[in-house]
Design a protein around this ligand. Sequence first.
Ligand code: FES
Length: 95
Amino acid sequence: MSRVAIRVNGIEVHGNSREPLLNQLENAGLQPEYQCRNGMCGACRCKLKAGAVDQQDSMAFIGPNEVLPCCAIPKSNIDVEFEYQLQQHDQQASL
Ligand code: FES
């Protein structure tokens, strides 16, 4: 599956099963928090409420049902939630 639907904090965006989730959210105009972008810091952590991701090896601690979007690639339609309100800039999704 290449195209997937990503639901994030209740917002639907178009995604794919090729790129890290963090990049896809940014391409959709959202601004999740991040620092390292390689699985070290845990700053991008969010809850996976439904669906599956390919979570690549990471150093940061993640709890049950949590993923690190900087190094997780969606494997199906997913529903994720950040603990904070996501900033959204004007750029429209072009996926
Ligand atoms: S940005 Fe550091 S673990 Fe994702």
